[in-house]
Every structure is written in structure tokens, then in C-alpha cells.
Design a protein around this ligand. Structure first.
Ligand SMILES: CC(C)(COP(=O)(O)OP(=O)(O)OC[C@H]1O[C@@H](n2cnc3c(N)ncnc32)[C@H](O)[C@@H]1OP(=O)(O)O)[C@@H](O)C(=O)NCCC(=O)NCCS
Length: 262
């Protein structure tokens, strides 16, 4: 079995590897992508060796922003306080889809992999066996969605499978998902994840992101989970600042190489 796992994610491809990959294995993965039509590729690799770096280079994949796994113990030592004028409710599948897609697109305008989610992608996630509307928190103002925090429970001790109904992995820029077979900080218990979180840019800086993060982890801790986690791009200073201020710590980092396979 190859040490590099290939999956199709929305319109592109994701490669993941945990154990070190040989040039032959990497070339084979790239060939698979090429023979399936090519496209945008991102490779997530933990502590890449010089051999792995040169594999990336040979296929014109260039270093991209690393992906951080952040963790915390639950419950958080923080109180949920919704800013004045905002209220909290669960996501309503069907009713909220259009408006949520608009807010998501605005919040992730600089991150096409998350911001480009469309009705098909959202419907797939809402139909997934793990989906729970009570774990998908909306903060609204005057009946409009201002921000959201979508949580997910992992019953498998933090090892992510994240297969969609069709067997594909989830992926998006804000919070990416993949197996961390060598996550040395992996707890031996189920973990509660903040899967996607975003605030409409019109409402940034009002304390909604903090309120949503706290609400999401409070929901997870209410389900008995003692470990919280999420993935965040290494250059997302507002998000990392928020999570750090709530006591989250970086547990793991994946380097990312990205490019296009013809
Ligand atoms: C990250 C995000 C959710 C924060 O939401 P927000 O409502 O603006 O955040 P808050 O007003 O609650 O601010 C909370 C904390 O975030 C941090 N923060 C917010 N904006 C920041 C910025 N521009 N630079 C640095 N830190 C920032 C600070 O620690 C702040 O604490 P403070 O209020 O004590 O200063 C929001 O910026 C967002 O939606 N970003 C786009 C989507 C995204 O990146 N989601 C996270 C993916 S993992």
C-alpha cells in the first residue's frame, strides 16, 4: 500500500501522507491524478524530508501556508456571552441553506476552497450521518445570519476519516480534515471539533467569533467530550489569536505544497 493517499475534494485533489513517501510512490500518485484529468493539487505532509520536498518541486508544487491542528481541554474556562442584539439558534436545514452559503462566501472570500461551497456540497454535508443541527450554531441579528459555528463529534479518538456519503474526504481552507496517524498529541478519547466557523465581515470585531467558539465548545462539552480541536491555516492571525486567547494550543502542523497537475 502506498504511503500517499489521493482524494478528490470538490474540484481539486488532495494528497496526504503520514509516513515518508518515496519518489516512486509520489510519482504514482501524480500519475493517478493526471490520468483522471489533472487539476489543482494540495499535498499535506508532516515534517517533510528533503526527498519529499524535491518530489514536490519536481512536480511544480510549491510550499503553501501550513495547516495547524489546535487542541484544548473541555470545558473551556470561558463564559458564553452573546453581544447585545444577537441571538443564538440551531441551523435549519433547507430554510437556512441559501443565506448560510452567502455568509460563508463572504466570510471565506479569500479562501476559495471553503468560500466556494455550493448547494451540492452543503447538501452532502447536511445529509452526512454525523450531521446534527444542534451542533451547527447560528448567531443572528434582526433575523439575519451574522455568524456560525459548525461542530462535529469524533467517536474514534481523534483519528479522522471524514468520508462523505460518496466516500470523498471533506476539505476546506479554514478547517481541513485528514488522518493524523502520527499526531503525537492525540488524546485516547473522542474529540469535539469545530468544523467550520465564520462571521460575516460586516460583523467582525464585535465579539461574535469569540461567542461562537465558546458556544461550539460548550455544546461539545455538553455532550461529554473532554477534548476540543480544530484545523486552522497557519496565516489566519485573527482566528489563531482568538483560539489562543481561549487557551487552545498548536498540537501538530502539516506542511502544504500546492500546484496544478496538467
Ligand atoms: C476568525 C473570526 C471568526 C473572528 O471573528 P470576530 O467576530 O471578528 O472575532 P471577535 O470580535 O470575537 O474577536 C475575538 C478575538 O479574535 C482575535 N482577533 C479578531 N480579529 C483579529 C485580527 N484582525 N487580528 C488579530 N486578532 C484578531 C482577537 O484575539 C480577538 O480578541 P479581542 O476581542 O480580545 O481583541 C473571523 O475573523 C472570521 O470569520 N474570519 C473568516 C473565516 C475564518 O477564517 N474562520 C476561521 C477558520 S479556522
Amino acid at each position: 500500500m502506498s504511503h500517499v493517499h489521493v482524494s478528490r475534494v470538490n474540484r481539486g485533489w488532495v494528497l496526504r501522507s503520514h509516513d515518508h513517501v518515496s519518489p516512486d510512490e509520489f510519482d504514482a500518485a501524480i500519475s493517478t491524478i493526471r490520468s483522471s484529468g489533472g487539476g489543482a493539487v494540495r499535498w499535506f505532509v508532516s515534517h517533510p524530508t528533503d526527498v519529499e520536498k524535491s518530489c514536490a518541486k519536481r512536480h511544480h508544487l510549491t510550499p503553501d501556508v501550513p495547516l495547524l491542528l489546535m487542541r484544548c481541554d473541555l470545558p473551556l474556562d470561558a463564559r458564553h456571552r452573546v453581544p447585545d442584539g444577537f441571538s443564538t439558534r440551531p441551523f435549519r436545514p433547507g430554510l437556512d441553506n441559501d443565506e448560510w452559503l452567502e455568509v460563508n462566501a463572504r466570510a471565506f472570500a479569500g479562501h476559495p476552497e471553503q468560500g466556494d461551497w455550493n448547494h451540492v456540497v452543503l447538501a452532502e454535508r447536511l445529509a452526512a450521518p454525523w450531521f446534527d443541527p444542534h451542533g451547527f450554531l447560528i448567531h443572528e441579528v434582526e433575523g439575519r445570519i451574522a455568524g456560525f459555528c459548525w461542530t462535529q463529534v469524533h467517536d474514534d479518538a481523534g483519528v479522522h476519516h471524514h468520508h462523505d456519503a460518496d466516500g470523498h474526504h471533506h476539505d476546506h481552507t479554514g478547517v481541513q480534515h485528514h488522518d493524523h496517524a502520527h499526531d503525537e498529541h492525540r488524546p485516547s478519547e473522542p474529540a469535539g471539533e469545530i468544523y467550520v466557523i465564520g462571521v460575516d465581515p460586516a460583523h467582525h470585531g464585535k465579539g461574535l467569533g469569540r461567542a461562537l467558539t465558546i458556544a461550539g465548545f460548550a455544546h461539545l462539552s455538553g455532550k461529554g467530550l473532554r477534548h476540543g480541536m480544530l484545523y486552522v491555516a497557519g496565516d489566519n492571525a485573527p482566528a489563531i489569536g482568538l483560539y489562543t486567547s481561549l487557551g487552545m494550543r498548536v498540537a501538530h502542523q502539516d506542511d502544504v505544497f500546492s500546484g496544478v497537475v496538467a
